[in-house]
Every structure is written in structure tokens, then in C-alpha cells.
Design a protein around this ligand. Structure first.
Ligand code: FES
Length: 364
């Protein structure tokens, strides 16, 4: 028997044209579409929660189906998840562990005092709808992986690396791969059955857990990540993901030995906050706002703009989502994560992780 499925896909394009020509307002069209079905929108990506499962004692994985505005992504990239708490719109960045067309999975970890993550974990139900931002993130499986790949994750840093690992193995990766996941308590080890199943299917994969806050179990390592944990490893390309301090430690351990491969990393916590007034004084000019102010060369431009009453668009505050990107018009800035300097006028910079090194003018 023929079936009829009502879908807006056919008539969204004419609506987009009407919006583009100013005949309709996008917000109005979205309100109308959203009233018809919670995940329908003209251009924005909304996703329906299909299922939820605990993948660690404090980490909940969401299986989602995005609407047709989803632009596509690869595992290991991250998306902003938008939500509201006490009337304030908030967003947090989560890595995609599964991407199959419009079917996505991401995992949310409880955070001490994490109002956003805890609310999602405590209230989300299958059928609920979430708004997602555009995918971002540059981590990718190393092209020069011949000598093997070393994956170092701490806490929820496992999510980005697990997504990349699954995809690489599914595509036939045969090089030695060693994944070390550092957690404080054993119950925080995530995706354990899935990783054990991957090890059983792929003899080139070795997974180990490093327990930092309590005695380790059999076959596990104990203590903070140190040179002794990486001894005897063949030369490897490195992918590291975790809090800023863990990533910095992983990079210095990895680069202490000559290695054949490359290092990629992503830190999901910003570098330690600096005190206002510390460091060298610089002049800041926010061109579009017409604001000039004294600043310093220690704190991010985002922090310094906010301290002066501006409200720049932002998402993750970790240099991942690109929401805060502005053009550097004049001056020199430093990436707080890598120390890399940029001084080319017109260059896009992520102001949440860029600090001025000289007087600067930015398009904000
Ligand atoms: S706020 Fe996400 S990159 Fe700056």
C-alpha cells in the first residue's frame, strides 16, 4: 500500500528564497516549522534523541538523528550542543563518536559543578530535540601512521579518539595502535566493552587504562602519565586529547624521544587563567564596537573583551568550535595553546585562545 510521509524538504527551498529576499523572517518561519515538528527548521540543525546509554559511571552517550540541515562531519570532530538553563542560552562542545549519515553519537560527561552537562544527563529522554552547531575540529587519523599510532586520552578526551579509532579500524588500519586512557577512578573508564571487542577483532590494537586516583586493577597502569608508561614503545604518531595540563605533559613526553610520526592534540580545557593586570600592557581596539581599552598580553582577547562589557559570540571557549573567530586587523597575537604567533592582517583568529602580543585591532 502506498504510504505518504509529510516532509518539509520539498518546500523549504522556496521558503529559503523568500527569506533571502526579505519577504519572510527566518525566525518566524522557524517558529512555525518548529511548531509543526520540533526538529524542523529552515537552516539550523536540530537532532532528535533516539537512545541513551551509560558508557561509564559518569558518561552518557546519546544516539541522535539530525534533521536535513546537518552538513555532515567525521568522527573525532566536535559539535556545539545548545541548551537553556535558568533562561540563559548556553552551549557546550562534544566530540562525535559515531557519524553515519545523519545518525550521530556523542557522549556527555558529568562535570563537577557542570550545570549544563548535568542538566542534559538528568533530564534528556528519547524523543527530545537538541540544537547542534556546525561540526569543527582538526584531529584526523595520521597519514604517516606506518610506524604505529599512539592515542593518549584523559577523561572525556577519550570521545574524540574513540571516534577516530573506530573509523580507522573499520577502514582497515593494520598498523600497531596503542590507546592509553587516563582516568581518576576505574568506573570512569569509558566504552570498555566496545574497546575490548575492538581489541578482540583487531590484534594490532592494544588498549590500556591508567588509573590516577585509586589502586589500579590487574593489567592496568597506575599514577600520572610519565615516561615509564611510554617506555619500549616503537616510534609513533601521537594523538592526544584531554585537559590542557595532560595534553602538555603528553606532548613533552612524546617529543623527548626521536619519533617518526607527527603529533596532533586537542585540549578541552583552556590554559590556566591569568590574573588581570599581570604581564605586559597593550592597547586593544575592537573596531566594530568602537571600543579602545588598555589590556594585557596574558589573557585571551575573549576574556578581555568580556571584561570591558562586550559580548562576543562564542561557544566552547577552548579553540575548537570556531564560533568566536574574528579577523585580526593589526598587531600580533599568540595562540595560548600552542604558542604560535600570528601577525598577518586579515587572518582569522579564535579569540578565546588568542592573547595579544602587541597593540592589536580586531574586527569585533
Ligand atoms: S569559543 Fe569555540 S573556538 Fe572560541
Amino acid at each position: 500500500m502506498p504510504s505518504f510521509v509529510f516532509s518539509p524538504a520539498g518546500w523549504l527551498q522556496p521558503l529559503r528564497l523568500l527569506v533571502a529576499h526579505g519577504w519572510l523572517r527566518e525566525a518566524g518561519v522557524d517558529a512555525w516549522l518548529g511548531a509543526l515538528r520540533a526538529d524542523w527548521r529552515l537552516n539550523r540543525t536540530f537532532a532528535r534523541v533516539h537512545s541513551l546509554r551509560w558508557v561509564a559511571a559518569d558518561m552518557l552517550a546519546l544516539r541522535l538523528k539530525a534533521n536535513r540541515n546537518w552538513p555532515g562531519a567525521r568522527p573525532g570532530q566536535a559539535v556545539l550542543v545548545y541548551g537553556e538553563r535558568d533562561g540563559v542560552r548556553l552551549a557546550r562542545c562534544y566530540s562525535l563518536t559515531v557519524v553515519r549519515g545523519r545518525v550521530l553519537e556523542l557522549a556527555i560527561k558529568r562535570q563537577p559543578g557542570g550545570r549544563f552537562a548535568d542538566k542534559l544527563i538528568d533530564t534528556l529522554l528519547p524523543g527530545d530535540v537538541l540544537e547542534l552547531g556546525a561540526p569543527s575540529g582538526e584531529l584526523e587519523w595520521p597519514r604517516d601512521a606506518d610506524s604505529g599510532v599512539l592515542l593518549l586520552a584523559a577523561g572525556s578526551g577519550i570521545t574524540a579518539l574513540y571516534g577516530l579509532l573506530r573509523e580507522a579500524l573499520a577502514k582497515g588500519c593494520k598498523q600497531p595502535v596503542w590507546l592509553l586512557h587516563s582516568v581518576r577512578r576505574r568506573e570512569q573508564r569509558a566504552f570498555v566493552p566496545e574497546l575490548q571487542a575492538l581489541m578482540a577483532r583487531h590484534p594490532n590494537l592494544r588498549v590500556q587504562w591508567l588509573i590516577t586516583g585509586e589502586p589500579a586493577g590487574e593489567g592496568e597502569l597506575h599514577g600520572r602519565l610519565g615516561a615509564e608508561h611510554l617506555r619500549d614503545l616503537p616510534a609513533h604518531s601521537l594523538l592526544a586529547c584531554g585537559p590542557h595540563g595532560f595534553v602538555q605533559g603528553a606532548l613533552s613526553l612524546w617529543s623527548a624521544e626521536p619519533r617518526a610520526g607527527t603529533a596532533q592534540w586537542e585540549a578541552f580545557s583552556p590554559p590556566p587563567a591569568q590574573v588581570a593586570g599581570a604581564g605586559q600592557a597593550v592597547r586593544l581596539e575592537f573596531a566594530r564596537s568602537g571600543l579602545r581599552a588598555e589590556g594585557d598580553d596574558q589573557r585571551s582577547l575573549l576574556e578581555q573583551a568580556e571584561a570591558r562589557g562586550l559580548k562576543p559570540k562564542h561557544g566552547c571557549r577552548q579553540g575548537i568550535c570556531t564560533e568566536c573567530t574574528c579577523q585580526l586587523l593589526e598587531g600580533r597575537v599568540r595562540d595560548l595553546r600552542s604558542g604560535r604567533e600570528t601577525s598577518e592582517p586579515g587572518q582569522p583568529i579564535r579569540i578565546c585562545v588568542s592573547a595579544p602580543l602587541s597593540d592589536v585591532r580586531i574586527d569585533l
